[in-house]
Design a protein around this ligand. Structure first.
Ligand code: NAI
Ligand code: CS2
Length: 487
């Protein structure tokens, strides 16, 4: 490995130009995963570079990620983000993390006590869709979720993010400390509203006075977050080592594009993330819907049908003209018409930019990764637009093919007969249904009847059943590539 001197390092890698000792842990973030490192962590670093911001982040992983937290501590909480364009890579060392905690390393109580500290103004989250313990079809708390059941039984030793937040808020109320803002940064439709509903209902089941206090004093801004950040691989980490000159096990690579639209509704102040390009608005929902339907909806479409068609990465699907055209049609013909956007929004420009971002050959974003947790993703990425087309009587074949692709994928075996490593919180239930039917179109109405995923207005609708059955049969008869290209 090349040994780079400090001067050389600074010439190619940008490092924090501010005194990190001035930062305070005013944010506790749950979910020190790939995305947060390349998004909120980087925005928070950038505002410290450009202003006198004192906002620092205490990182917490509630599920897994102990090794990552240990590694982060070993390097003074610094880590690298490599922004990879088609032709060039920018490397940034991020300095916004002040400290880190993990319940397994530090104890549950230490994490809750940190969240209860008076200087903490925001608890933010990237805990994946399933972290909200909500029913994907309705967005309301799933009282049968094993984490919810366990946390209601042992509220002072929670496991779920909801349990931690409610316990920390309880301590703040008891100690007369003002509450924090709860900010979701997950790809969940109306993420703030879903977080609020789940937290309030959970609190209500524990202590109705606490629930009323939370409702009155805590805010839950919605956010639209966007940046494609594939999971780190050995290859990315090796590349970062080469660029940096030292190893960084916490390093992460992502695309150059980033967007963050935030509802300006904070109870205890907030960083001026706008200095780094975030937008504060009064209503985020239209932007969230645009992104979830056009970007994430077509991502899921490409993930299932791409994986089945033998494409390992999103950029590989973009080299196939059939997939490329189908993805653009999915955006413009299936998703865009269902949106109500502020005047002047250029959806065609947005779609073309998405195709360009998906094409980025430097970004190895696995179709298998995006295919994960489909039961949580499909309803919000395709359900709303499906309803729109049913009301309008318009063509929804792209959505039907996307859903059929998911159904064929959860069968657990690919077109060559190889097993698929299915990851989904509902995997056992989905596999049971698929095993009963085999690769037969009779599985379509059976999967559409899973009400936690498809509300009855969709799942029992004969037009939906017909269209998805037709697409599923084509996948069985002709395979994914021919089915996509025939769209
Ligand atoms: P990741 O796998 O790197 O990290 C997942 C994080 O979620 C970990 O910190 C883990 O501790 C936490 N987690 C998992 N299950 C949990 C649970 N039940 N309760 C609490 N915490 C839990 O994934 P990544 O890429 O960071 O994505 C996380 C989320 O960020 C996504 O699900 C999505 O909602 C959002 N996001 C991701 C983007 C990306 O391109 N990676 C872009 C935009 C949003
Ligand atoms: C992807 C998203 O994994 C997935 O489901 O669709 O994480 C996507 O990369 C981001 O939302 C882009 O902002």
């Amino acid at each position: 490995m090349k040994n780079i001197s400090n001067t050389e390092l600074n010439a190619i890698v940008s490092t924090p130009n501010y005194d990190r000792r001035n930062l305070k842990s005013r944010i506790v973030h749950l979910g020190f995963g790939a995305f947060h490192r390349a998004h909120q962590g980087l925005f928070t670093d950038e505002i410290a570079r450009k202003s006198d911001s004192d906002w620092g982040i205490c990182e917490v992983n509630l599920f897994g990620g102990e090794a990552l937290i240990k590694d982060l501590r070993n390097q003074d909480h610094l880590y690298t983000v490599a922004e990879k364009g088609a032709d060039a890579t920018d490397v940034k060392v991020i300095g916004s993390v002040t400290e880190s905690l993990h319940p397994i390393l530090d104890g549950v109580e230490t994490v809750i006590e940190k969240m209860a500290e008076p200087q903490v103004a925001i608890v933010s989250m990237t805990i994946t869709e399933k972290g909200y313990c909500a029913d994907p079809a309705t967005g309301l708390l799933d009282k049968n979720n094993p984490l919810v059941i366990a946390d209601l039984e042992h509220p002072t030793r929670p496991k779920s993010a909801l349990g931690y937040i409610v316990q920390a808020l309880k301590l703040r109320r008891q100690r007369n400390i003002a509450p924090f803002t709860v900010m979701s940064c997950d790809n969940v439709q109306e993420n703030g509203h879903v977080a609020k509903a789940a937290i309030l209902e959970f609190a209500q089941l524990l202590d109705s006075e606490l629930a009323a206090w939370i409702e009155q004093h805590v805010t839950f801004p919605c956010t639209m977050v966007d940046r494609i950040v594939p999971a780190a691989t050995e290859e990315t980490l090796t590349e970062i080592t080469t660029l940096l000159g030292v190893q960084d096990p916490c390093g992460i690579a992502c695309e150059p594009f980033r967007q963050w639209v935030i509802e300006d509704n904070f109870v205890a102040g907030r960083p001026n993330w706008n200095i780094a390009g975030a937008e504060f608005v009064s209503d985020v929902v239209p932007y969230e819907e645009m992104k979830l339907r056009m970007l994430n909806g077509s991502h899921s479409f490409l993930a299932y049908l791409g994986y089945l068609g033998g494409y390992a990465h999103i950029s590989d699907t973009m080299t196939d003209q059939g997939y490329r055209k189908a993805a653009l049609d999915m955006m413009m013909l299936a998703q865009a018409p269902s949106l109500t956007m502020p005047e002047g929004t250029d959806l065609e420009g947005y779609a073309n930019l998405l195709i360009e971002r998906f094409t980025n050959p430097s970004l190895k974003h696995q179709t298998w990764q995006i295919a994960m947790d489909g039961s949580q993703k499909i309803p919000q990425r395709m359900g709303g637009s499906l309803r729109f087309h049913l009301e309008q009587g318009s063509n929804f074949k792209w959505l039907a093919t996307g859903i059929a692709g998911w159904m064929r994928y959860v069968a657990g075996v690919d077109e060559k007969g190889n097993d698929i490593d299915l990851r989904d919180p509902m995997a056992a239930k989905l596999s049971d249904i698929c095993d009963t039917h085999g690769l037969n179109a009779s599985v379509v109405p059976a999967l559409l009847s899973v009400e936690a995923i498809f509300a009855a207005d969709i799942g029992k609708n004969p037009l939906v059943i017909d269209a998805v059955t037709h697409a599923y049969q084509s996948l069985i008869d002709n395979g994914a590539r021919a089915t996509v290209s025939a769209l």
